[in-house]
Structures are given as C-alpha cells and as structure tokens.
Design a protein around this ligand. Sequence first.
Ligand code: G3P
Ligand code: CA
Length: 254
Amino acid sequence: LANESNINDANQVLNIAHRGASGYAPENTMAAFEKAVDMKADMFELDVQMSKDGELVVIHDTTVDRTTDGTGKVGDLTYDELQKLDAGSFFSEEFHGERIPTLGDVLDEYRGKTGILIEVKSPSLYPGIEEKIAEELEKRNLDKPNNDKIIVQSFDHDSVQTFHSILPDVPVGVLLSYSSNGISDQQLTEFASYAEYVNPSKNMMDAELVSRIHDFDMETHPWTVRDRESAQFLLEIGADGIITDYPDYVEPRQ
Ligand code: G3P
Ligand code: CA
C-alpha cells in the first residue's frame, strides 16, 4: 500500500479527494475514485444514501436531478432505477455511462488500496442506514481497528453516535458547517467522547482551532478545498488532512 505510511503520520497531511477527484471526473463515480488513486490521494471521500429498496448508493444530493439524466428523490427510486441512470454526462460527455456505484462496489474495488472516508448523507431520511453501512463493513472484515483507512462521518451527530455504538472500532468524525460562533470546549468535550475527527468547514479554521482539537486528542480534516491558497493555508495551520476536489493542490508537508 503505497501511501500507508502517510496515514496518521504527524508530519504528513492526508490528501483526501472529495467525492473522488471531483475536479477532474464526475463526483461519486468509479471514474472519480480511480482518478483519486491515480493522483496518489491518501483517501477519497464519498456520500452514502439509501434507495427505495434499501441498497446503499453513493451520491451527494438527495435527488438525482443535478448529477444524472434522471429526476426524483434518491429514496423514491429503486436500485434498478438508479442503476440505469447516467451519472457521468453532467460532468462531460467523455464520462457518458458512468453509473451510481453502491457502497459495496466501492469497498470491493478500493479496500486496502486507499483510505475511504464515508459520509452518511442526510441519514434522517433513511432510518437504519447506520446498521446497513456497518453490515457492509463487517462482511468485508473492515469493522476492526483499521489504521484509519476507513472513517465514517456525518453532519448528523446522532447518526455518528449510532454508527459508533454499532461498530466502536471504526473511527468516526463529526462534520460541522460554518458557524460564526466557532466551536466551544463543551462541544469538543462532547465530540471527544465518541469521535476521533472534527471536520469543520475550512472557513472556520485557524491554527488555534487545530491545536484545540489536538488538545482534545482528536484530529481534523477540514473541507472543501478548491483553490491552491486554501490548501496552503490549511497545511500551514497544521490540519491533519485536507478534503479537496483537486488532490494536486495539496503539496506534501515538508
Ligand atoms: O467531507 C466533507 C464534505 O463532503 C461535506 O460537504 O456537501 O460536500 O458533502 P458536502
Ligand atoms: Ca460529502
């Protein structure tokens, strides 16, 4: 595993391809995940939701409208219906025919080759999704302490805690949207009781927040970098990972 030594090394920053290398290929498709690996990202991030018939599918929006040639809510469509959609052409004709992958497809293809950061997207729409994700990991023996090669995160912190109670050995992260109030010590104490990662919007980040997160024995993977300056800034303030659409914008820390 070429990049294994990068994972959790204090002198390194994890280069995390957002929805795959989504600056270069259609987000959340095998093409984007393949591109992330080609570009030597340490991990890629993906978003998981559930089809009407209970299949775990990898897509960001709660409707298929923006990224496919179909319409409707992800949770109103069966896996068969989702599978027929073209999830590549919205990005470029070159990717015509890319499909919405299942979480299982992605784990089978990339486990052991790269780290995978799984975001549970809008879990309140999909009761039981944490249990299903746990089953997919268990089936593949990915439910053991795994050197952070698999991380599960969500903006829904109840969902993160539910997942953590099912598979306590898989590291979890809390996602935070920008808030002008910052993050209190009380919040950090609460997060530290179950999570290994606090992953805020990059717009909240500064060196002080990085060191406070470290003081609580957690690490931080801010999101989402789409320009070189932000990548450089996050590197300088000591972020542990950088979630980016453009893996080539993240220079390895010297
Ligand atoms: O991994 C963090 C980032 O993906 C959160 O925002 O909207 O891209 O899922 P979003
Ligand atoms: Ca995401």
